[in-house]
Design a binder for this molecule. Sequence first.
Ligand code: SF4
Length: 362
Amino acid sequence: MSTPASATATELAQRIEAGDTLSDADWLLAVQEVSTGELLRLADGVRRRWHPEPEVTYVIDRNINYSNVCSAICTFCAFYRKPGHAEGYVLPNEQIFRSVEEMLELGGSGVLMQGGLHPDLPLDYYETLLSELKRRYPGIYLHCFSPPEIVNISEVSGRPIPEVLIRLRDAGLDSIPGGGAEILVDSFRKRRATKCTGVEWLNVMETAHDLGIRTTATMMFGMGERLEHRIEHMRMIKDVQSRTNGFYAFIMWTFQPDNTPLGRAYPDRVPADEFLRWFAVGRLYLDTIPNHQVSWLTQGLDVGRRALHGGANDLGSIMIEENVISAAGASHKATEEMLRGVIESEGFRAVRRNAAYERLDP
Ligand code: SF4
């Protein structure tokens, strides 16, 4: 038997549906009081305003981590190696080109390229890599270098952020991934990471938008932050969006504790229901961002299915694995069929897109 909704929950749901402006305190109450089903229904309404067609998109991407060397220390990260560590690497450009060729052969349209905060690679390195990729593979979409990397490139090269962004854009950068946001509220963030501050992250994005470079935005939660921090994080993104309209997608996921120092203190994953409630509130709160992606990789397919009826218009994503081509091809095809099957079994048409959210299927 379901519990009757409280008067507060009913009133909040009515105000959300009527399009009233809610305070951050109201949103905090809504995510705690309104039922999951109701939040998902309301979020679905916003998604239908942006995307009335019964379609769900997905992308075939290749994630290339050009280097794992990082001068920052983030307690939630299992990826980085300190400078000088025996397992640190910078991929030779030829290896990156081979990965791109495999991706193109498998029907992919672009690369998501990110790495650690390398203490020595100069701006020239990134410019040459981008321009060489565009020269060799015309039409390839380059979604590269999250704000912490941009701040690092600026510091290593001694060049200001706008100049770094202009030079990367002119070398072929199409858009910037919203990684490295986690929780942007600096009073909390500084306890978890030594990489760029939340204010710096937002500044990179706003500057990029002003220069005509569009970006995505993200939130990673479940690492000991307060619920207020999650709302404040979304407000910081919404404020930039209200000035620039440059965020074209929002993606949230949860802290993955395995093999991280922080995982010893916070070993439990965010439960599916909590994720879905925040996913729905993300769609409702950030209703000025057109695309909201649910990640089946971190939450599992069942959660992905529910989110398709609760605000998500994109199921992300198919990452071609860093393997030999035949193995990568086989697993990629299986994953694409599976993903299309999930989308179609939920009553939507599955549409392949590129990293700019432009449809590739007719
Ligand atoms: S900046 Fe932080 S999250 Fe990114 S690679 Fe370095 S340690 Fe990991």
